[in-house]
Ligand binder design. Structure first.
Ligand code: SF4
Length: 249
């Protein structure tokens, strides 16, 4: 596991204002940083008061949440409360936030009037999952990130699919997006759980290696990829928050 060390050689926020250039600059400047050093630099030097963590409080989330709490437990943590989560996830969120001392976990919910109009029975996930994710995740996140210049995600390359070529630092929709665990292996995640004595999401014990909304998450069998249970059989692999949003409508 990484040791937190003082980042003394880099001064202040990265120079270029353009997010693409800024991402390239950050990637270069922080290439040698361990994940915890990177978070420390981002939170205290590059984007003080202007960075948030977005967490699903899913199967592996505790590792990154714990690292962020070590750096600064007051950093805003955005949880997309879609209204479709497993009860176990909501309980785990509360337990983990208390255990780590996170002081600013924000439940971000979809707009009620929009749900009344487009998903009055709560079954949109069955007939139009992309639209459901747009209403319940993409649009609320876009609003929640207003005022932030950067955000942190827990995606890893080993999760496969579109994530296999994931950079540690990228630009998206005018902001910097940082994936501090991009190059971590599943074994390193498991080691971090043990080393830090982190509590496991209760559904991981019954076959759920990746956990999203309840209607769209199934357990997986051992030879499948960890995210195979997400939107099973629908040809959908991502909810859309990691794709460009053309407008908040
Ligand atoms: S994961 Fe499923 S229930 Fe959750 S927002 Fe997307 S389609 Fe809707």
């Amino acid at each position: 596991m990484q040791e937190l060390s003082t980042v003394s050689s880099l001064a202040g926020a990265p120079g270029p204002a353009d997010p693409m250039l800024q991402a390239m600059h950050l990637e270069t400047e922080t290439r040698e940083f361990y994940s915890l050093e990177l978070l420390d630099f981002l939170v205290h030097r590059a984007f003080p008061g202007r960075i948030a963590l977005v967490s699903s409080f899913g199967a592996e989330s505790a590792v990154l949440l714990d690292m962020v709490a070590q750096v600064n437990r007051h950093i805003p943590v955005i949880f997309l409360e879609t209204g479709k989560h497993f009860t176990e996830t909501l309980m785990y969120r509360d337990r983990l936030a208390e255990r780590l001392g996170l002081s600013d976990v924000r439940d971000v919910k979809p707009e009620a009037a929009r749900l009344d109009r487009e998903d009055p029975e709560g079954t949109l996930w069955q007939r139009a999952p992309d639209r459901c994710c747009h209403l319940r995740k993409v649009l609320p996140l876009a609003q929640a990130l207003e005022g932030f210049d950067a955000w942190i995600t827990g995606r890893k390359r080993y999760q496969g699919g579109e994530r296999e070529r994931l950079p540690r630092v990228e630009a998206a929709e005018g902001r910097i997006k940082v994936n501090p665990l991009a190059d971590w292996s599943l074994q390193e995640i498991r080691n971090a759980f043990m080393a830090r004595d982190l509590p496991a999401h209760p559904l991981t014990r019954v076959g759920y290696p990746s956990i999203g909304c309840a209607p769209c998450t199934n357990p997986v069998i051992s030879r499948e990829t960890p995210r195979a249970g997400r939107w099973h059989g629908l040809g959908k692999t991502e909810c859309g928050i990691h794709k460009p949003v053309s407008s908040v409508e």
